[in-house]
Design a protein around this ligand. Structure first.
Ligand code: IPE
Ligand code: IPE
Ligand code: MG
Length: 250
C-alpha cells in the first residue's frame, strides 16, 4: 500500500481535479438503490478533502453534478440536492476548523434556491480560509463554461473594452469559472470509465490523467496518495523531448 511518506513534497500537484464516479454501481452491488451510493460517496469526499489538505494541495476540484446530470430521474436529482444541503450544513464547521475555503464552478443559480443559499452562506463563511480551496463543480459542464466565456468576451468586444486582435489564451482563461486558479496538473476519475464527461476541457489541456477502477464510495486517502505517487513518476514533457528536461543525461 502507498503511504503519505512516499509522496515527494517538492513535486506536489497544486490542483487536483476529480470525477467522482461509480456511486450508483456501488449501491447496486449491495442490492441498494442508487441514492444509497451517493450517501456513501460523502464519506469518500470527507476523506479525500482531509487528505488533500494534509498533504498541502492548494486546490481540489470535485465534479459533484454535471449539466447533463439534470437529465436523471427526478427522484435521484432531489436526493442529490438534499444530500448537498445536509452535507454543506454539517461540514462547514470542519472546513472552518481545517482552514479550507469553499468555492463552486458551474451554473449554481440553476440549483434549487435552498441549495444555492446554503452554498453561498458556506462560501461567505469560509472565504477567509487559506490552507486549501475546495471547489465543487455543480451544474457544471465545460462546454457551458466555455460558451459563457465566449459570450462575456463578445460583449466586451462589442462595448469596446476588448480589442479582438489582443484576445489570447489568457483572455479565455480569465473568463472561465476557474479564472485566477492554477490548471489541474492531475485529473482522477474513479469507476473505471475512461472519459472526461465534459469536465474542465480547457483547464486539463496538459493534466496527467489517472483512471482507477475503484468506485467513488470506496475511495480513501490511500487512493489519493497512490494517484499522486503515480503522477510523480511520470515525465511531463509539454511537447519537448526528454533530453531537454534532463540535460545531464543527454
Ligand atoms: C457519480 O456516480 C455521482 C454523480 C454523477 C452525481 P454515478 O451516480 O454516476 O454512479 P454510476 O456511474 O451510475 O455508477
Ligand atoms: C460525471 O459522471 C459527472 C459527475 C461525476 C458529477 P457521470 O456518471 O454523469 O458521467 P457519464 O454520463 O458516465 O459520462
Ligand atoms: Mg456515473
Amino acid at each position: 500500500m502507498i503511504t503519505k511518506e512516499q509522496i515527494d513534497a517538492a513535486k506536489l500537484p497544486s490542483h487536483i481535479a476529480i470525477i467522482m464516479d461509480g456511486n450508483g454501481r456501488w449501491a447496486k452491488q449491495q442490492g441498494k438503490i442508487r441514492t444509497f451510493g451517493h450517501q456513501h460517496g460523502v464519506t469518500a469526499v470527507r476523506d479525500t478533502v482531509e487528505a488533500a489538505a494534509e498533504i498541502g494541495v492548494k486546490f481540489l476540484t470535485l465534479y459533484a453534478f454535471s449539466t447533463e446530470n439534470w437529465s436523471r430521474p427526478k427522484f435521484e436529482i432531489d436526493a442529490l440536492m438534499s444530500l448537498l444541503v445536509q452535507t454543506i450544513s454539517k461540514e462547514t464547521a470542519t472546513l472552518m476548523k481545517n482552514n479550507i475555503r469553499l468555492a463552486t464552478i458551474g451554473d449554481t443559480e440553476s440549483l434549487p434556491s435552498g441549495v444555492y443559499k446554503k452554498l453561498q452562506k458556506a462560501i461567505d463563511e469560509t472565504s477567509g480560509n487559506t490552507r486549501m480551496t475546495l471547489v465543487l463543480a455543480l451544474s457544471y459542464s465545460s462546454r457551458w463554461e466555455i460558451t459563457r466565456a465566449v459570450k462575456a468576451i463578445a460583449a466586451k468586444v462589442k462595448a469596446g473594452d476588448i480589442d479582438p486582435d489582443k484576445i489570447d489564451e489568457a483572455t479565455i482563461s480569465d473568463h472561465l469559472c476557474t479564472a485566477g486558479w492554477p490548471d489541474p496538473e492531475l485529473m482522477i476519475r474513479t469507476s473505471g470509465e475512461s472519459r472526461i464527461s465534459n469536465y474542465l476541457l480547457w483547464q486539463i489541456a496538459y493534466a496527467e490523467l489517472y483512471f482507477t477502477p475503484k468506485l467513488w464510495p470506496d475511495f480513501r486517502k490511500e487512493d489519493l496518495y497512490e494517484a499522486i505517487v503515480d503522477y510523480q513518476g511520470r515525465e511531463r514533457r509539454f511537447g519537448k523531448v526528454s533530453e531537454q528536461l534532463n540535460p545531464k543525461h543527454a
